[in-house]
Design a protein around this ligand. Structure first.
Ligand code: CMP
Length: 136
């Protein structure tokens, strides 16, 4: 069976009107959208989603940003989708991300970097279960 990954189209992307652009890239790649919802995170949910980052210096402003407005949460599936999506979004810092990637084409920030995606099979299982418990 195909892998799944949890993707967040972050509040900066929603605010800038880039949801369609970003979704379109995933669709044209041939990935399937297994779930999609518009949500606004509260602080407790952000702490759960970013459990591995809560003690880092960059976390308080990241939490403020991620709870600042609605985002679009997606579960995508396809062959090697975790690695494929991470390639499509580019490296964390939009100033360094390669042209042709979502961050490389549309972000100039290492915080407001438009998209989050699971970085491993373990994190994808944890994140899909957190955001879409009905998917198991
Ligand atoms: P994301 O893939 O959602 O995972 C953690 C997030 O923290 C990352 O994208 C960025 O939004 C943010 N982030 C990571 N490193 C830094 C940093 N050095 N400074 C500010 N924000 C960061």
């Amino acid at each position: 069976p195909d892998e799944r990954t949890l993707v967040l189209i972050k509040p900066d992307a929603v605010g800038r009107g880039l949801v369609g652009e970003i979704l379109s890239r995933f669709e044209r790649k041939g990935l399937r959208i297994d779930a999609m919802a518009s949500r606004t995170m509260d602080g407790d949910f952000a702490d759960q989603h970013y459990a591995e980052h809560v003690d880092k210096a960059f976390y308080p402003p990241l939490k403020g940003f991620m709870t600042s407005g609605p985002l679009v949460a997606l579960v995508l599936s396809g062959d090697q989708v975790i690695e494929v999506v991470r390639g499509m979004i580019g490296s964390t810092d939009g100033r360094r991300a390669a042209a042709g990637t979502i961050r490389g084409d549309f972000s100039l920030s290492n915080r407001e970097n438009l998209v989050h995606a699971s970085d491993s099979t373990d994190s994808s299982k944890r994140e899909v279960a957190l955001w879409f418990p009905e998917l198991g």
